[in-house]
Design a protein. Structure first.
Length: 359
């Protein structure tokens, strides 16, 4: 029997928003679609940009509720408050299971349950305040966590157990021949350690650095970044790119000095598909993502330690080759094989359905 699976969360969805959550959701939806299931997404409408303005006009003409598009190959429903639109979307999609994630998890899960739909909660970060309420009354749901770190954090906070499925990385989208002419830092924002990255680049004027936008920077944030990097001719800035192969192809190593409690560290997994070593912080689940394919340091370690790690990998060919080989092998481990991950995801979905049937 085909499944009607609704992915729902308080994060925007392309083209209005992008990131690891959206990439992973799209991969799972595409795989469901290929298997003959019917996936759909419920997301907030931001109403900005050409797409958002057009969607806002359609929503106003319809008198509220949700607007629907099929840009990614499956339906995406968007409204001002997704939790208030759950019953309508369940009716439209005939949903028989919901995967709820990130912002507003609690009210969304409660709304799906009220509509008679079993819920799987996908834990993708440890910002508990973003849940929108107490997770404890939902502790009998099925849970997925994107790292051992995330699973431990929720076990300690709420006493729940989660199946660990790291973010899905399709090597076909990232693996490429590497020319290796830059140290690449993706997502130059405060949470990801942009201040530390600039310090490292300033201390290594002989090494070219490539800063790549990921979370879209507004005019103010972009101007601030450009002002901060202007004194350093070895720093290039690239706007957000849909072709990450081209970005990784330029990267001798990837820098990830995150100050945030990363739930995973998707850029590390993407880079390692091409054997690119990563120098990153020990925050959150980032060390899990980097593994033996790079070097980890405390974010607050002396700048000289960070500079030394980057220079070592940049200039020591034997050291770089060893970590490159380790990175490539780590990227091929069974735990992040997309087909295996999808099998585990399916098992959790069917467990939720079986639990609902037995209730």
């Amino acid at each position: 029997m085909a499944l009607n699976v609704v992915f729902a969360g308080g994060n925007g969805y392309p083209p209005e928003d992008s990131g690891g959550v959206q990439s992973s959701t799209h991969d799972l939806a595409t795989r469901l679609l290929a298997r003959g299931d019917r996936p759909a997404v419920l997301a907030p409408l931001y109403g900005d940009g050409w797409f958002g303005l057009a969607a806002r006009a359609r929503l106003k003409a319809a008198g509220g509720g949700v607007v629907r598009d099929t840009r990614p190959g499956y339906p995406v429903y968007r409204g001002w408050d997704p939790a208030l639109q759950v019953a309508d979307v369940v009716r439209r999609t005939q949903a028989n299971v919901a995967v709820v994630q990130c912002h507003g998890t609690v009210p969304l899960a409660q709304a799906f349950r009220a509509a008679g739909v079993p819920v799987v909660i996908y834990l993708r970060n440890v910002e508990f305040h973003e849940l929108g309420g107490d997770l404890t009354p939902l502790s009998d749901a099925r849970f997925i966590a994107n790292s051992d770190f995330t699973a431990r954090s929720y076990r300690d906070r709420y006493g729940i157990e989660a199946t660990v499925i790291p973010p899905t990385i399709d090597p076909a989208l990232y693996a490429t021949e590497v020319t290796g002419d830059a140290v690449t830092f993706i997502n130059p924002v405060a949470e990801k350690g942009v201040a530390r990255a600039i310090q490292i680049a300033a201390a290594c004027p002989e090494i070219p650095f490539l800063f790549v936008e990921s979370w879209v920077l507004d005019d103010t944030a972009l101007a601030k970044l450009q002002h901060a990097i202007a004194p350093y001719p070895n720093i290039r800035f690239n706007h957000r790119s849909g072709n990450m192969k081209a970005i990784y192809g330029q990267s001798r190593l990837v820098l990830a000095p995150s100050r945030w409690e990363e739930a995973w560290g998707r850029v590390a997994s993407e880079a390692q598909c091409s054997g690119i070593p990563v120098v990153g912080s020990t925050r959150g689940g980032l060390p899990e993502a980097i593994g033996p394919g790079g070097v980890t340091l405390d974010y607050d370690a002396p700048l000289d330690d960070w500079v030394g790690a980057v220079r070592d990998l940049w200039s020591d060919a034997a050291r770089h080759a060893a970590l490159s080989t380790a990175a490539r092998a780590y990227a091929a481990r069974p735990q992040i094989d997309p087909a295996r991950q999808f099998e585990v995801f399916e098992s959790v979905i069917h467990s939720a359905l079986a639990q609902a049937s037995a209730a």
